[in-house]
Design a protein around this ligand. Structure first.
Ligand code: GLU
Length: 430
C-alpha cells in the first residue's frame, strides 16, 4: 500500500504538469526538511509511568518559520504527520502567509486521560521537541483533539524552558495568554467565506435551497454548521466519530450544538456524548452520510474518507474539504471524472492558520486587534485567494485542487529560486 505522503505527492505531481519550476525547487519539495520522533514519559494518576510516541515534522521553511497544528489521536503515524506538514506548506503559500509547513502529533487516545494527565502529556511533548520549535523556527497550533487550553500549557512550558515569556511560540492560545480574538472560529469562518465566494460562481444562489451534509462535529464542523444555519442553508445531516443524525427538512443546528456541548461537562475538555444520541432524529452512519443526496458535502473529520471504494457513490455536487486530506488521490480522480467539484483543503480550511498568523503578528508587536479587525482581514484574504484560485482553474481548464497547488507552487518556487537555483550557478539565469 502506498503511503499517505506518496498519495499527497501525486497531487503535487499533477500540478507540476501545468507549471515550470526549477529543478532545484522540485528536488527540495520531495521530502520533509526534518522529522523528529520522540518518546514522552508521562506519570499517570495511578502512579504508573506511560510512554507515548510523539512527532514533529518540518516540511519546508523557505517562505518562513514552519507552521502547523499538533494532533492527539490514537492513529497518529509519522507518515500521516509528514503528509499533514506537506499540506501545511502549500496551504500557507496558497494564502500568502510568510510561513512554511509543519505538523506534530502524539499517538494517544486523549479521551482516556484525566485532565492532569493531559496537562503532563502536553508539557512533556514540549519538553521533547523544545529544541526544534520557537517563534522564528516552528510554531505549533491546535489540530484534531487539541484546543486552546492545551496550547496554553504548551506555551507556558516553552516559556519555562526559555526562562522568558514566549507567546509567539504557539498559536491558538487562550485569550488571557496572548491568544487572538476570532481564532476559535477562524477555520469555520474561513470555510464559510470560501463557500460564500465560490458557490455563486458554481451557479448556487439561494441558501434555503442548498442542502448540506457535514461529517465531523468538532471545532471546525460544528461552528461551520452554526454559520451555515444562521445564513439560511439547509444542514440536513451532521455526524461525529460515533455516528450522525439526518433530517431531510433541515436540522436545528443551535440545539444540536447545545446538546453536544452539554456532554462536555464531565471532564470539561472533550464532549463525552455524540450527536447521534439526540433522540428526536433519525440516525445515519458516517459512511452513509457521505453518500447522501445533497448539494454540498463537507468532510470535516479526518483524512482518507473519500476513496476509490466510495467515490462512485458520492451524490453531492460540490465538496468543501474542511478536514485535511479527506479525499485521497484515486477518489479525487473519480470525482473529477464525474464532474463533482472539489474545493480543496489547502484553501477551505486555511482560515485557522491565517488567524494563527494574525495571532503571531500580534504577539510579536504586542499590539492586540479587535475582533472586527481580525475578521475583516480574514474575510478579505480568504475571498481574495479563493477568487484567484477559481480564476486559475477557469483559465487553464483544471480542477480547483490543481489550481490551488499551482497558486502555491508559484510562490514557493519563487522563494526557492531567490536562494539561488541551478540556472544561477551555471550562469544561464536571465
Ligand atoms: N491545524 C490547523 C490546520 O491544519 C491550524 C494550523 C495552525 O494554525 O498553525 O490548518
Amino acid at each position: 500500500m502506498s503511503s499517505l505522503l506518496d498519495d499527497a505527492a501525486k497531487q503535487l505531481e499533477k500540478a507540476l504538469g501545468y507549471i515550470t519550476i526549477s529543478d532545484d525547487a522540485r528536488e527540495r519539495l520531495t521530502m520533509p526538511k526534518s522529522s523528529l520522533v520522540v518518546r514522552i514519559p508521562v506519570r499517570m494518576d495511578d502512579g504508573t509511568l506511560k510512554v507515548f510516541k510523539g512527532y514533529r515534522v518540518r516540511y519546508d521553511d523557505t517562505r518562513g518559520p514552519t507552521k502547523g497544528g499538533v494532533r492527539f489521536h490514537p492513529n497518529v503515524t509519522l507518515d500521516e504527520v509528514q503528509s499533514l506538514a506537506f499540506w501545511m506548506t502549500f496551504k500557507c503559500a496558497a494564502l500568502d502567509l510568510p510561513f512554511g509547513g509543519g505538523k506534530g502529533g502524539v499517538q494517544v487516545d486523549p479521551k482516556k486521560l484525566s485532565r492532569m494527565e493531559l496537562e503532563r502529556l502536553s508539557r512533556g511533548y514540549v519538553n521533547a521537541i523544545a529544541d526544534l520549535i520557537g517563534p522564528e523556527v516552528d510554531i505549533p497550533a491546535p489540530d484534531v483533539y487539541t484546543n486552546a487550553m492545551i496550547m496554553g500549557w504548551m506555551m507556558d512550558q516553552y516559556s519555562i524552558i526559555k526562562r522568558s515569556f514566549q507567546p509567539g511560540v504557539v498559536t491558538g492560545k487562550p485569550l488571557s495568554m496572548g491568544g487572538s480574538l476570532g481564532r476559535e472560529e477562524a477555520t469555520s469562518r474561513g470555510a464559510f467565506v470560501t463557500l460564500q465566494t465560490l458557490l455563486p460562481k458554481m451557479g448556487f444562489k439561494d441558501p434555503a435551497s442548498i442542502r448540506v451534509a457535514i461529517q465531523g462535529f468538532g471545532n471546525a464542523g460544528s461552528i461551520l454548521a452554526g454559520f451555515l444555519y444562521a445564513a439560511g442553508y439547509k444542514v440536513v445531516a451532521v455526524s461525529d466519530s460515533v455516528g450522525g443524525i439526518y433530517a431531510p427538512e433541515g436540522l436545528d443546528i443551535p440545539s444540536v450544538r447545545q446538546a453536544k456541548e452539554e456532554t462536555r461537562a464531565l471532564k470539561a475538555i472533550y464532549c463525552q456524548g455524540s450527536v447521534c444520541h439526540i433522540k428526536e432524529h433519525a440516525t445515519i452512519s458516517n459512511a452513509d452520510l457521505l453518500e447522501l443526496d445533497v448539494d454540498v458535502l463537507i468532510p470535516a473529520a479526518l483524512e482518507g474518507q473519500i476513496t476509490a471504494a466510495n467515490a462512485e457513490r458520492i451524490r453531492a455536487r460540490v465538496l468543501f474539504e474542511v478536514a485535511n486530506g479527506p479525499t485521497d488521490y484515486e477518489g479525487d480522480q473519480i470525482l473529477e471524472k464525474r464532474g463533482i467539484q472539489v474545493v480543496p483543503d489547502i484553501l477551505v480550511n486555511a482560515g485557522g492558520v491565517t488567524v494563527s498568523y494574525f495571532e503571531w503578528v500580534q504577539n510579536r508587536s504586542g499590539l492586540y486587534w479587535s475582533e472586527a479587525e481580525v475578521n475583516n482581514r480574514l474575510d478579505e484574504r480568504m475571498a481574495r485567494e479563493a477568487h484567484c484560485i477559481w480564476e486559475i482553474a477557469q483559465e487553464k481548464g483544471i480542477c480547483l485542487r490543481t489550481a490551488a497547488y499551482l497558486h502555491a507552487l508559484g510562490r514557493i518556487s519563487t522563494a526557492m529560486n531567490a536562494q539561488g537555483a541551478k540556472e544561477y550557478f551555471l550562469g544561464t539565469a536571465r
